[in-house]
Design a protein. Structure first.
Length: 402
């Protein structure tokens, strides 16, 4: 049993994990499950994981259900034997009845001790399985080691990619290859390219969400790996491709990156992000509580709140990763104009799919399969970059280009 007990508990924990993961997925994906009529499939998937848990749990229970009666039976069996042999010896006068009773008491005490040990063993094996998992968590080292540089540099908002290549952990092919690019302070640089070409990956290397595989990313002349992560992330504000909101008032959602921001600061950031208007039209304005994961807001509203959050940080570098994809062209243009007026010194990196969104940028970077295809202004690229021309012509047909 001692061999069997512990691995069974580990298995039990594994099954519990699986169930939790499925439940989490099902609850957060409930709409898509309904939309795709996959209820039965998800039910079966849950049922399968649940059966595995029940089976293992039953085995554990059966083993322990047998253990206690087995030890008890052993104990009373021994007592019976002592009483039986004691009876004849006492009758023959070789021991006194008191001796027999003493032997019974001692034996019972001893076997009670054994019983306690068995119970202890149950708890220990359960505890060991849990301890093993806690240890796994505690021993996991962060992939990115923190640097020691506090980020006090003269240059403010300069970015340099020095021969950067990047492969996702465990992936076979590199996503970015030999990127060389310098972005000056205050410049607005747009990043364009087909879906999946590595735009988000490129943007994520600046706040060091991942470490480069080769080469280096420098912010203000210092390798991002040398920065304290806090210091680096104070320099870089990013609005992610998928807006993440929390179940707190709108104002607090915007101030997430800068707790303690004043109401004026929040409103000013919201104005720049073209969010002020719709926020004021909600029942309680900035105090309206956002539903879970932003369910009460439209895609474009979520994006604008997420941009306002990034803008409020007033960081030296502002990255908008496809953060305006759900906005109509006019709102988007107003937003870029407001950013330019309110934050002229901020280095802006704008990842976008639409040429209309990026044509006014100082420079446009065109990525193709993880390589820099071209860098230049809208006019330069239109004259000399095949990939850009193709994108241009494909979008012109849709009347997207103003
Ligand atoms: N966490 C990850 N692990 C492994 N591979 C990834 C990961 N994230 C992205 N990839 C891969 O890296 C490539 C580039 O992804 P990335 O998100 O940078 O593209 P993108 O240009 O931002 O695309 P989109 O325009 O759709 O946002 C894709 O082929 C994708 O499959
Ligand atoms: Mg992306």
């Amino acid at each position: 049993m001692s061999v069997e007990g512990q691995p069974l508990f580990s298995k039990l924990q594994g099954h519990l994990d699986a169930i939790n993961a499925i439940m989490q997925e099902d609850i957060s994906g409930i709409r898509i499950i309904k939309a795709c009529v996959r209820e039965a499939y998800e039910k079966a998937r849950f049922g399968k994981a649940n059966d595995a848990l029940v089976r293992t749990q039953l085995r554990v229970l059966v083993i322990f259900a047998f253990m206690n009666p087995a030890v008890n039976a052993l104990m009373y069996g021994v007592v019976a034997v002592i009483l039986y042999t004691g009876f004849f010896q006492a009758a023959s006068g070789s021991v006194t009845p008191g001796d027999v009773m003493a032997a019974v008491t001692y034996t019972t005490q001893l076997l009670n001790g054994v019983l306690m040990l068995v119970m202890l063993f149950q708890n220990i094996s359960r505890g060991l399985a849990s301890w093993k998992r806690v240890k796994e968590l505690l021993n996991s080292t962060p992939e990115l080691a923190d640097g020691s540089f506090d980020g006090d540099t003269k240059r403010r908002g300069e970015i340099e990619f020095r021969d950067v290549s990047f492969t996702y952990p465990g992936a076979a092919r590199p996503v970015l290859e030999h990127i060389d690019l310098t972005i000056r302070q205050g410049e607005t640089v747009a990043v364009m390219g087909a879906t999946g070409c590595g735009k988000t990956t490129l943007a994520n290397l600046i706040p060091r969400f991942y470490d480069v595989t080769e080469g280096a990313v420098l912010v203000d002349g210092v390798d991002v790996r040398e920065y304290r992560q806090r210091a680096l992330r104070e320099k870089v504000a990013i609005a992610l491709q998928k807006a993440e909101l929390f179940t707190v008032p709108i104002g607090e959602n915007i101030a997430w990156g800068k707790p303690g921001a004043s109401a004026e600061e929040i409103a000013s950031a919201a104005e720049a992000a073209q969010a002020d208007g719709f926020i004021r039209s909600t029942p309680e304005g900035y105090d309206t509580v956002v539903a879970e994961r932003g369910m009460s807001l439209s895609g474009g509203q979520k994006q604008r709140l997420s941009i306002a959050r990034a803008v409020l940080k007033r960081a030296e570098i502002l990255i908008l990763d496809d953060a305006t994809s759900a906005l109509d062209l006019k709102t988007e243009a107003d937003l870029y104009r407001a950013l330019e007026e309110k934050h002229p010194g901020t280095t802006k990196i704008i990842v976008a799919q639409r040429i209309a969104s990026v044509r006014r940028a100082d420079r446009i970077v065109v990525l193709e399969n993880g390589r820099l295809a071209a860098v230049g202004t809208h006019e330069e690229l239109l004259a000399g970059c095949k990939v850009y021309q193709d994108i241009y012509h494909s979008q012109m047909g849709e009347g997207e280009i103003a």
